[in-house]
Design a protein around this ligand. Structure first.
Ligand code: NAD
Length: 255
């Protein structure tokens, strides 16, 4: 299967899951527009190794004007976005009554509203070209709750709902919209939670306890595995998967 000639915009792809997905799509021939904070050079080099066109735009997706600038850049530099992977996301853990209001607003803006803005800006071009794939990286927390994660769980449930509506509104077209719902993946986002849990104690013990609480496989999901599933959703075989919230979670939701 080849994605040659297609362009994938993967938000939040300077590290973690986004970078893993971008690498698999690049391996299949897609041109890649990266987004995210920090030094983009290692990610750019990793993608360039696949011989595809690659670029980076550092838009802060909590800011609507910057999202619009990102899509204008995609149009100008790549001729539009055929595959949109809404991946950028942040986490904050605190009980709801102590949840910092500013962190709530940031999480809703990035983890939910940016997904809406990305979709509304990508869809007209996908409709005009007659093909598109929208893949929203939600979470098992789009389907169940956990203590301390009110903003994250609310945003991710919102993403799963938004995914269903967009899938229905595009149901008769060659554009599909789905959500992936990962369990724990060992990225900087989860490493912060392990470090907070370990405190001065043993990080490996903290890692084991984190998995043992939720993820029966006791193994992390990998960015590569999520990339392969995203690639399947881009294939002809995946073209009637619409509005799914596909959990990849080591058994988390089977309990
Ligand atoms: P990560 O921290 O490794 O990567 C997040 C990416 O988003 C980075 O590239 C970062 O620069 C970027 N980013 C952060 N704030 C941004 C902003 N305002 N604008 C633009 N980019 C921004 O995290 P990750 O674990 O790879 O998470 C990626 C996605 O996967 C998130 O939506 C997260 O909720 C989801 N997810 C993660 C896990 C997990 O266990 N790691 C599980 C389920 C879902």
């Amino acid at each position: 299967m080849t994605l040659a000639g297609k362009t994938a915009l993967v938000t939040g792809s300077t590290s973690g899951i986004g970078l893993g997905i971008a690498q698999v799509l690049a391996r299949a021939g897609a041109n890649i527009l990266l987004n995210g904070f920090g030094d983009p050079q290692p990610a750019l080099d990793a993608i360039r190794g696949h011989g595809v066109k690659v670029g980076h735009h550092a838009a802060d997706l909590a800011d609507v004007a910057q999202i619009e600038a990102l899509f204008a850049f995609a149009e100008h530099e790549f001729g539009g976005v055929d595959i949109l992977v809404n991946n950028a996301g942040i986490q904050h853990v605190a009980p709801v009554e102590a949840f910092p209001v500013q962190r709530w607003d940031q999480i809703i803006a990035l983890n939910l509203s940016a997904v809406f803005h990305g979709i509304r800006l990508a869809l007209p071009g996908m409709r005009a070209r007659g093909w598109g794939r929208i893949i929203n990286i939600a979470s098992v927390h789009g389907l169940v709750g956990s203590t301390g994660k009110s903003a994250y769980v609310a945003a991710k449930h919102g993403v799963v709902g938004l995914t269903k509506v967009v899938a229905l509104e595009t149901a008769t077209t060659s554009i599909t919209c789905n959500a992936l719902c990962p369990g724990f993946v060992l990225t900087p986002l989860v490493q912060q939670q392990i470090d907070a849990r370990a405190g001065d104690g043993d990080p490996q013990q903290a890692e084991h306890e984190l998995l043992a609480e939720k993820q029966p496989s006791l193994a992390f999901v990998t960015p590569q595995q999520l990339g392969e599933l995203a690639l399947f959703l881009c294939s002809e075989a995946g073209s009637q998967v619409r509005g799914a919230a596909w959990n990849v979670d080591g058994g988390w939701l089977a309990q």
